[in-house]
Design a protein around this ligand. Sequence first.
Ligand code: GDP
Ligand code: MG
Length: 720
Amino acid sequence: MSFTIALAGNPNCGKTTLFNALTGASQRVGNWPGVTIDKKVGKIKGTDSELVDLPGIYSLSPYSPEEIVSRNYIVNDNPDGIINIVDATNLERNLFLTLQIIDMGKPVVIALNMMDEVEKQGDKIDAEKLSARLGVPVIPISAKEKRNIDKLVSAITDAAEKKTEPKYVRYNDSIEAAVDAAEKALEGKIPGSPRFYAFKLVEGDDAVMQAVPGARESISEAINNLEKEFDDTADSVITDSRYETITDIVSSAYERAPRDERGTLSDRVDRIVTNRILGLPIFILIIGFVYFVAMYDGDLGTSPGAWATGWLNDFISETVIPAAQEWCESAGVSEALTGLLCDGILSGVGAVIGFLPQMIVLFICLVILEEVGYMARVAFVMDRIFRYFNLSGKSFIPLIVSTGCGVPGVMATRTIESESDRRITAMTCTFMPCGAKLPVISAIAGALAGSVWVAVFAYVMGIVLVIISGIIIKKFHAVSGAPAPFIMELPPYHMPGFVTCAKTVFDRSWAFVKKAGTIILLAMILVWFLKSFSWSFTLLSEEEMGDSILASIGGVLSYLFMPLGWGDSWELPAASITGLIAKEDLIGTLELLIAAPFDMDVSEALDLLGTKMAGAAGHAMILSFFTFNMFCAPCFAAVGAIHRELGTWKATGFAFLYQCLLAYFVAVIVFVVSAAVMGAMSDVPWYSIMFAIIDAVILVYFLVVKDPFKPFRKNTEVAE
Ligand code: GDP
Ligand code: MG
């Protein structure tokens, strides 16, 4: 028989691991209709049944798109059965969803996951007793060790075949009376489980009240009784009694081994890394160390990442490109085509690909930090800091995702309930250094003499700008309000799985290579064309590049960037524009424009250009170039994602302008301040100093003044 089975569970309970164990390689990824949440479907191994992966959720209330998707799927698509995966090390929290799933009235089997962890802690769970109390089969499994997977499959197949309805968990009499009344009021008026919707009606769920107008009024007597008896609102009464029931069930079935009174090793480590004072410095140290391993090249020696990248760069410039040049000559390829192939494609794309070894080292370190569970701690530490600035700690999860790529980072803002926090986070999470910015960090660090602090600067500044923006943008929208509470349990640390890590590192590295071979390749062809031809389309020699189309465009833009200390360089504005296509293009473009013609690498060329344009303030200029490009608008792909989240081009345009303007302001200040620190003020032009002071005043004004728009409003207008 073939069935359709849904897989539901809390985030982080091992759903993906179980899905993979159940379906193996037969996976299709699509989209849930109307939202950009992945929908994964696969065939359960050894059966004809299909498994549908529902999004990770904590409840079935319509608070988040994930919850709506899951609820609609169970009601409208009518699966033959539901596997509810539950994290056995966090039973209390996980069973809250379970109780609601059971009320859906479909055949349910509970997969009690992470049993290996439970046993490692010396605890015991009586699955029989759990099953008796919940009224559905409970199969203890370990998705990671693939334990009892076959038992789970036969249990759900069996339940689906017999269409076994769960024996519902019963609550206190007054609740049951209200639910009975609600069931009668809804009878025949709503599809899906009567009991589930009856609970929702008593709770005052908007979706049900809209679907059946008047239903809640018709049971107001039962609800009044309930609210009077417990002296609380109906939905709190139900939530409380669900948790009470859960506590009771868990305490009867869960036998806890005596704990070391200092807590587990995880607890003890957490006390240090999430410490109020030490948390942030530890995070900075760890990120610094990661970059040290990947990029450091200086007095202390050469890190593995820097060594491998140096080797690959040399190989490309000293072996691959000369070989291609020779081949072109011997094959009689035209001058223009040789230029396109060697100076355009191979140099530009090669300069980006050269960073691959470093990226792999970085990916390995970051994946291990994620897998071990450290990133969850960082979110916890940041919550405290963000809360201080009236932003939710939930905002930090999109920021962490954005350190990989801004596109899923922007999408991850959907987990934020508060609409204003969600929009602000979507507008600002691309301030974080994403994967595409890593080669830029690396090249700049090279130009500034192998400094790991360039990376730390990028991360810390990214977070600071998010916080600053949170404060400023809230004033624009005149929105305020306390951030939504952020409840996150810290999962115990665990050894990262080798296969999972290897696969993630491979996926990310491959995505990097693929991007270099497609979008960056195209951009480099375009850049080569624009730098090699004049407006009259004559092919220019390298010395004549100043007459090229690109030079004249960059030349016009250069006036805009003079306060940032870029002098009259047309190359830097041109590179910044190509950075909007993909941030790696910054490196490829600089390679074509300033490095390859002088037979240097990008770092050396930047160093030289800095001295030429800004004299002793050269390094300050490089830092301002870096600052602007790190924090101005992200690549077009991420802008597209921001548009999807914000909904209108007006809001997207606001975000784009805001990001560029803030990056500009900050870059000017960074230029002047860092030049002052380096003792190079004599080479800083007067207008930069003037701009820096004005910028700082404007920023402080927006940060400090409560209603920054008041002086600009007409007197007759009444403030809301
Ligand atoms: P999802 O967010 O629900 O999809 O969860 P994942 O499948 O991504 O798993 C979250 C983490 O729990 C991963 O690090 C897994 O390796 C780990 N994990 C999953 N199942 C088990 C298990 O049975 N035992 C243990 N010890 N870890 C598990
Ligand atoms: Mg998952």
